[in-house]
Design a protein around this ligand. Structure first.
Ligand code: AHR
Length: 659
């Protein structure tokens, strides 16, 4: 019996001893021959407001269309009446008197009976948690009478799960706030704002925030989502996109200056993903900019990542209108870029540094890099980039610039920009690949032969897209295990070439299960829960186990990049005195390996993290979030020099003490 248990334990740990001795692969990690440094920014995150990633997602505001600025001013709201009450809502446009936030709602309560009001549905409902505090606020101005406001948080089935009241409004616009505690949990709650007492009250910026935001910041971020990002320990945060930077036309482009300062002064615009895909139309998708550039910088700082803003370069999305600003009208675009550096880094005495300080951050954000344009291509991009580079390099020579390589990792557009921008000595070329798993497997050596003395690479957007045979209507597949496995294999090639590829980020980052436009995505959420995909865990494993220097990983004397379905990369961490070996087995078979350094033992082993799943199309869901989850193997049961058995289709991270 004892023997049986022992054998069982050995098999679980992958110690099937000499059963397959003839097939043991010997992998040589040249621990003492570091090749290149791993940049601290190597693995980062790409944030774009797509799939309800900001409003309805990371931005914790629960009221949708809080300032009545959606194209349909009452979208998300519905009129309510009770106990014999009556009234009207009139949307008034102040025009130039408040150009950024022109509309407000004039509520007239008719008579003294009952109540009249507006009920907000939230972003596919409001996620409310029992015993948690919620902070309601509203801008209001009394017109006449003595209107009182009652707030009732209601569950999906109409039960009151929280209530508060406001009254004594004055005839000047002012902000009124009241907290309340929720008595029940509901993912689909809604907020009734009831008016009574007879008279007229103007309202604007109707807001409901959980008190427990990320780092407890007012106007803050949803804590569970921000924590998942922080847990990755990303080296950088790229924001705000993506195509959202470009806009469908220039009027719809992202303009950072409209996203900073007081929240009530930020001008809402339609989200380009509202209308992009007819089969995923999202008519209630707008950008309130409550999560704006200040908040992005703060998030990056909070999670120890470098901020990486991408700015519009005078070009709208070339898949949409493809509008460009004329070259002799590019100055305002370039000025936005120059002013952004001042906003991030300038002294508090400078115009934009002063604004940063007034928002609560007198210290600089230490911006070191910036992207010029997103997925632009052709000569019109080159012309505009040159003007940006000239101005930015002259004023801020230390800021590194990221340039586009177009939307695909090969082809005419790509070749043209790579050649021309290298000739310009561009700092970083941003390569994007949304490709099949096979492409990722086949491209694990893509950077082995890149020029070491030319522009560096930012793998700014990538994801393996798995086609689902049973889902012919969808253009993209889900976050299936095969996609994560393929990305892991490919990422060994990025890490091995860390002198060339100095930054990489999976895309897109976040998606609401009821409001997405694009998939796959790294993290999925509903109003209360979030789930890391297998792709998230791959990213996290690489980012949490970077090391400081790359060391060669050889099998049969050659770099291991696909031979016998194995992919590998290794680093040493000089600070933590560790050797970190990443080994990906993409075959459907168990594989036995022995890790050594030039014939000598590698070790002692400190940890072995394994991520694997039996079927290519396995996924994590909100209801089964740990279906594919990293497992810490008990390495205490491993004896020295025992072969390690890699599961079929598995990602493995080993850590050894650096002798
Ligand atoms: O990540 C989704 C989109 O893919 C980005 O907005 C764009 O840059 C790319 O085409």
């Amino acid at each position: 019996m004892k023997k049986f248990i022992c054998l069982g334990a050995m098999l679980c740990l992958g110690l099937s001893n000499n059963l397959f001795a003839q097939n043991i692969k010997s992998i040589n990690v040249l621990v003492n021959k570091p090749t290149v440094k791993v940049s601290p920014t190597m693995w980062g995150i790409f944030f774009e407001d797509i799939n309800f990633a900001a409003d309805g997602g990371l931005y914790a505001e629960l009221v949708k269309n809080r300032s009545f600025e959606f194209s349909k001013p009452l979208m998300g709201w519905k009129e309510i009446k009770g106990e014999g009450g009556n009234g009207t809502t009139l949307i008034i446009n102040r025009g130039e008197a408040n150009a950024n936030n022109p509309r407000f709602a004039r509520i007239t309560v008719i008579g003294n009976n009952g109540y009249y009001g507006l009920d907000n549905e939230g972003f596919r409902g409001m996620g409310i948690q029992k015993d948690k505090q919620y902070n309601f606020s509203v801008f209001a101005r009394k017109g006449s009478g003595n209107v009182k406001m009652k707030l009732r948080l209601l569950s999906a089935d109409g039960k009151e799960i929280g209530t508060a009241a406001l009254q004594a409004f004055t005839n000047k616009w002012a902000k009124y706030e009241v907290p309340f505690i929720a008595t029940a949990t509901d993912a689909k709650a809604h907020l009734a704002v009831e008016f009574s007492g007879g008279g007229v009250l103007d309202i604007d910026m109707v807001s409901l925030f959980p008190k427990d935001t990320w780092k407890n910041r007012p106007n803050g971020l949803r804590a569970d989502l921000a924590q998942l990002l922080a847990d990755m320990k990303p080296g950088f945060v790229r924001f705000p996109g993506g195509c959202i930077v470009e806009g469908r036309d220039l009027a719809n482009r992202y303009q950072w200056k409209k996203t900073v300062g007081k929240v009530e002064d930020r001008e809402l615009i339609i989200n380009r993903w509202n209308t992009e895909f007819s089969y995923r139309s999202t008519p209630d998708y707008f950008q309130s900019y409550g999560l704006g550039f200040f908040e992005y910088f703060q998030l990056a700082e909070d999670i120890g990542a470098e901020p990486l803003p991408i700015l519009n370069c005078g070009m709208a999305c070339q898949y949409n209108s493809a509008e460009v600003a004329p070259l002799d009208h590019l100055d305002p675009f370039i000025q936005d870029a120059l002013d952004l550096v001042e906003f991030a880094n300038g002294p508090v005495t400078s115009k934009w540094g002063k604004l940063r300080a007034s928002m609560g951050h007198p210290a600089p954000f230490n911006l070191k890099m910036m992207g010029v344009g997103n997925e632009q291509w052709d000569v019109q991009y080159l012309d505009r980039y040159k003007l940006f580079a000239k101005a930015l390099n002259a004023k801020y020579p230390a800021i590194k610039l990221i340039t586009s390589s177009g939307p695909s990792p090969a082809g005419d557009k790509f070749e043209f920009l790579q050649k021309e921008l290298r000739a310009q000595k561009a700092n970083f070329l941003d390569e994007h690949y949304y490709q099949s798993p096979d492409w990722f497997f086949q491209n694990a050596s893509r950077y082995d032969n890149y020029d070491r003395n030319s522009s560096k690479i930012f793998a700014g957007e990538y994801a393996a897209h798995v086609k689902e045979p049973n889902n012919p209507k969808e253009a993209e597949g889900r976050n299936a295990w095969l996609s994560a496995l393929a990305e892991a294999a490919f990422m060994t090639g990025l890490e091995r070439n860390a002198d060339v590829v100095q930054m990489a980020s999976y895309a897109p980052l976040l998606a609401h299960v009821e409001a997405w436009q694009w998939r796959p995505d790294m993290i999925w959420f509903d109003n209360l829960r979030a789930v890391g995909t297998p792709n998230y865990y791959v990213q996290k494993l690489f980012a949490n186990n970077k090391g400081t220097d790359v060391v060669p990983t050889l099998m049969d004397g050659n770099i291991l990049a696909g031979k016998d379905s194995l992919y590998a990369s290794s680093t040493i961490d000089k600070n933590k005195k560790l050797v970190i070996v990443k080994l990906i087995n993409v075959s459907g078979k168990r594989v036995q390996v022995k890790l050594n350094q030039e014939g000598k033992e590698l070790g002692p082993i400190q940890s072995w993290t394994e991520l694997s799943s039996a079927n290519d199309l396995d996924i994590n869901t909100l209801d089964n979030p740990k279906n594919i989850f990293p497992v810490e193997k008990n390495v205490k049961l491993l004896s020295t020099n025992t072969p390690l058995e890699l599961k079929p289709k598995s990602v493995n991270v080993f850590k050894f003490q650096y002798m």
